[in-house]
Design a protein around this ligand. Sequence first.
Ligand code: FAD
Length: 384
Amino acid sequence: MASAMSEEFEKFRLKIRNFVEKELDPVSIKIEQDTKIPDKIVDQMRQLGLFGLSIPKEYGGLGLSTIEEITIYEEITRTNACHRSRIGTSNGIGSMGILYDGTEEQKRKYLPRIAAGEWTAAFALTEPDAGSDAANISTSAVLKDDHWVLNGTKQFITNADTARVFTVIAVTDEQKRARGGVSAFIVEQGMPGLSIGSADLKMGLKGSHTNEVVFKDCQVPKENIIGGMEKVGEGFKTAMSVLDKGRLSMGACALGAAQKIMELCIEKIKNKIIEGLQKKEIQAIQFDLADMGIQIYAARQMLYNTASLRDHGGNITAEASMVKVFCTEMASRIAEKAIDIFEMDGCLTSNQIEILLRDVRLYRIYEGTSEIQRIIIARNLLKK
Ligand SMILES: Cc1cc2nc3c(=O)[nH]c(=O)nc-3n(C[C@H](O)[C@H](O)[C@H](O)COP(=O)(O)OP(=O)(O)OC[C@H]3O[C@@H](n4cnc5c(N)ncnc54)[C@H](O)[C@@H]3O)c2cc1C
């Protein structure tokens, strides 16, 4: 599949790999201590166009296909996952609702700024009582004259502290709820009644922040409903279509991390472990390495195949869930196995394996846990 990509894209991919090795890798461990990506790196990411990978060229982005975009994610997640997360919401959940269902005016107003990295975009769906059960959200939006008035609390919102624009999912009809009573809003930082809580202290993705987002009589102009007034009640569909693509991206991130972990294991085995080991032990380690190779190969085929299906207009709801479960669980297994190979060295906070192990665990939670993906997959299988 990768060989079908253009020469121009291949050059871009290599440029990103070079950027990862020269600029991102050296700051990876410091970010874990500072819990912040240096501003210089964010500027470099802007200049490379990394905030607009998936935004069409006519709106200022690079207009990459799905398969190209996930290839770039694979490259960027070969290092500290927070870098991908910093650009991920602008390329994905924070902007795709506007791209898929927004009015032309909304696309022209927001997408070029998001693509340029000038305005970070975020997506606010999860609430204290509505994570997996997204239909249970209670944030409400009531139309009063020429404004929507939003009330409620969202939690774990990636990039909320740097976001200038949020896609917010709220209930507009309490009776209908997920069946025509939920709408998607574009809320800008600075609108009265919007406030951001402090950053959550997480086990991984430390340089990428998640925060609470609170709406207290927050006033949002009437026209800021995604798609305009005729799309009132259609926000749940918007949210779900945004998540389909997000799940593929998560798969790509997990794959990039797994590939990097395997490469670090190969280096370790070649350079250090072999000396002093018995033949039996060497074979056991080789079997572990072979299993890593098999799983990564299978994951890559699944991911690329599903991305290609999406690029050809196919419905990928079930497949995207399969990819997310397989790739993210595979990455966790590989990270665990890498600790067996590295032993104490792999547990040191100065070791990249230690960072990757914590980061990949989180991939199994966001954009839907493994259990929720399995429910989606089973539902689709039973429908067929
Ligand atoms: C790093 C990170 C970034 C995030 N960024 C965002 C963001 O930008 N925007 C946003 O809106 N949200 C974001 N989230 C929130 C994320 O989407 C939720 O955490 C996730 O959907 C799970 O919800 P929850 O944490 O409330 O867990 P719960 O829904 O409470 O689930 C708890 C456990 O119960 C299981 N479970 C729940 N329902 C069922 C069921 N029906 N059958 C079987 N098992 C079930 C779950 O699988 C899980 O194991 C982020 C989360 C993380 C970790």
